[in-house]
Design a protein around this ligand. Structure first.
Ligand code: HEC
Ligand code: HEC
Length: 423
């Protein structure tokens, strides 16, 4: 790929780096044994996959339980940065999508999701995706400090996709899952057509390979990298990890004409009192925000959980993984009930056509299902307004599982949906 030097910074967010990432671990499941057909009678025993309920589940958008005083302070301070409306004087733009993180990540609490979509574009030729970097791709910035800078989808683009805003609750726990734990979910042989592949990306923080886990395409490996990426690409705030501005549709002359004078470069500077820049505070906020509250299990959700397992949803939506050893007690050896393997899967017609990070056009990261009751609309482009519609749109590697779902009768489906809404 032929980047102009200026453009390299936006690359981690927007360009396709289809490097090889087939990291295979020995098959853990003993052969491709088909699961039993869905039970007709509610089973008697408690399904083993049900995660233990926290004693005092905090509400949406609360701080993690068990933080120290200074950690709570860092969470509050980070939340201030997350809510702060930026302006041209402190680096907003010249092109951007919104002026704060919370503008998109707002419901049902600060750090949540919204119906706001981002737009990606590129050009697909013979199945190969070109993010049209020289023309400002693949992320569209739909606002600008001056109207002349507002990006348009260039005529060369023949592929566009909407991206639904994801909720950020509990991301510190996901951040703390060791790479090896995610890699252990990779299969060498498909089970009911499900394989899964780790998204090996280059971490812009360290410059080293790491397992991508955040974003619909698992395009970023950690919270600091995503904060820096979102700061520059959604808000136009350059920072120490991504120091270069995006030019409107790639027009560097226009960018130079639009840059407000006397703004520090990069825009995001460390506060000498704390040693932290905005991106560090944003990462702190997300690191210390609690996972979504889960509803206590009841008879219906217990049956629903059994169906979820038996029809193969758990092949991808792995109920939990554990964090490793962590200096932060609240993140140390914790169970993370995220309902995802954090791997990429070929989703067939549900793929969004965009290659990004290590993900190909048809590959998507298994969406975590915790907090589902409050995160709609669903799927990468928000096309599904109900959980049922989201399930029915699964394709590719999930074909077996969705067919099993369609074979359940309506009361069985309803139990499954009640379970999903309790997560
Ligand atoms: C214009 C709306 C918008 C703004 C503003 C925005 N985001 Fe997002 N955010 C999104 C969308 C859309 C996604 C899904 C990205 C993707 O994978 O394409 C997302 C995804 C994320 C994720 C990944 C979540 C996950 O579960 O993997 C993080 C982390 C994140 N945003 C943090 C931030 C931070 C921090 C800011 C402020 C600097 C911010 N976002 C500003 C729309 C926005
Ligand atoms: C092959 C892996 C795979 C299997 C099997 C699978 N899913 Fe998914 N699921 C995904 C992926 C990948 C996504 C994200 C799709 C996208 O980006 O649009 C997803 C998204 C979802 C969503 C929407 C989440 C959101 O936040 O938008 C729901 C709900 C869901 N799956 C439920 C299920 C259920 C129920 C089953 C079993 C019938 C199932 N899935 C089986 C991979 C899988």
């Amino acid at each position: 790929m032929n980047f102009k030097t200026r453009r390299i910074n936006a690359c981690a967010y927007s360009c396709a780096m289809l490097t090889i990432a087939m990291i295979a671990f020995p098959e853990r499941e003993s052969g491709a044994q088909p699961p039993p057909p869905p039970p007709q009678q509610p089973p008697q025993q408690q399904p083993p996959q049900q995660s233990p309920q926290p004693k005092n589940p905090p509400g949406f958008g609360a701080a993690l339980d068990g933080l120290t005083g200074p950690q709570q302070g860092a969470w509050r301070d980070g939340q201030d940065q997350f809510k702060a409306r930026m302006n041209p004087g402190n680096g907003l733009g010249p092109i951007f999508n919104r002026d704060s993180c919370v503008a998109c990540h707002s419901g049902p609490a600060i750090g949540g999701s919204s119906e706001i979509n981002a737009t990606r574009f590129g050009k697909t030729t013979g199945g190969v995706f070109d993010p049209l970097i020289a023309l400002g791709g693949s992320l569209l910035q739909e606002r600008a400090l001056q109207p002349i800078g507002v990006e348009v989808i260039p005529s060369q683009a023949n592929t566009t996709a909407l991206r639904n805003t994801q909720p950020l609750f509990g991301l510190g726990l996901i951040d703390a899952i060791p790479d090896a734990t995610i890699l252990a979910n990779v299969r060498t042989k498909p089970v009911n057509g499900v394989l899964g592949r780790a998204a090996m990306v280059t971490d812009p923080v360290t410059g080293k390979p790491a397992v991508g886990r955040f974003g619909w395409k698992a395009q970023q490996a950690n919270l600091l990298a995503f904060s820096a990426d979102a700061f520059v690409n959604e808000m136009g705030i350059t920072n120490r990890i991504f120091p270069l501005e995006n030019a409107p549709n790639g027009n560097e002359t226009l960018l130079a004409a639009m840059e407000p004078p006397n703004v520090p470069i990069p825009n995001d500077q460390k506060d000498p009192r704390t040693g932290k820049a905005g991106i560090d505070r944003l990462a702190d906020f997300m690191r210390f925000t609690a996972p979504p509250p889960q509803q206590p299990a009841n008879a219906s959700t217990t049956f629903g959980a059994t169906f979820f397992m038996q029809i193969g949803c758990t092949s991808c939506h792995v109920p939990s993984m554990n964090t490793g050893t962590n200096p932060i007690a609240a993140l140390n050896n914790q169970t993370v009930s995220l309902y995802s393997d954090l791997l990429l899967h070929d989703m067939g017609t549900l793929g969004d056509g965009i290659a990004q990070g290590n993900a190909g056009p048809k590959e998507m990261r298994t969406a975590p299902l915790w907090g589902l009751s409050a995160s709609g609309p669903y799927l990468h482009d928000g096309r599904a307004h109900t959980v049922d519609a989201a399930i029915r749109a699964h394709s590719g590697e999930a074909t077996y599982s969705v067919n099993q779902y369609l074979k359940l009768n309506s009361s069985q489906q309803s139990l499954l949906l009640q379970f999903l809404n309790s997560l």
